[in-house]
Write a protein that binds this ligand. Structure first.
Ligand code: MN
Length: 128
């Protein structure tokens, strides 16, 4: 399945995201702030990033902008995790370069649908 980087500062939300991803067969990578998330993204090239918007220090929208400006990470899809229900905030997430957004608290069906829409299934190993 996919290697998915979660950038989330809330320990309970992180735990839930890790559990949901593992249940779906994905491999989670964890970062608690934007700076370490950017470092992991550049080093590990995950298939997808779940990006909390409200982070201590650098916020998730700024971090997404940096990822999308960097040719080495620009192609990694980013799903914003937002507690903000306002449609203007969702628009801000898309403007910042996020490919999609889902509302917190996370619901597994929302998460799986968003991931499946952005991560292409791995081709089966070639047989000859
Ligand atoms: Mn947060």
């Amino acid at each position: 399945m996919a290697n998915i980087l979660i950038i989330e500062d809330n320990a309970a939300n992180m735990k839930l995201a890790v559990l949901l991803l593992r249940n779906a067969g994905h491999t989670p990578l964890c970062a608690m702030d934007a700076e370490s998330g950017l470092t992991l993204a550049r080093a590990e090239h995950p298939d997808l990033i779940l990006m909390d918007i409200q982070l201590p220090g650098m916020d998730g929208l700024t971090a997404t902008g940096l990822l999308k400006q960097d040719p080495s990470t620009a192609s990694i899809p980013v799903i914003a995790l937002t507690a903000m229900a306002m449609s203007t905030d969702r628009a801000k997430a898309l403007e910042a370069g996020c490919n999609d957004y889902i509302a917190k608290p996370l619901r597994y069906q929302d998460l799986y649908n968003a991931i499946n829409a952005l991560v292409a299934p791995r081709p089966a190993p070639a047989t000859d």
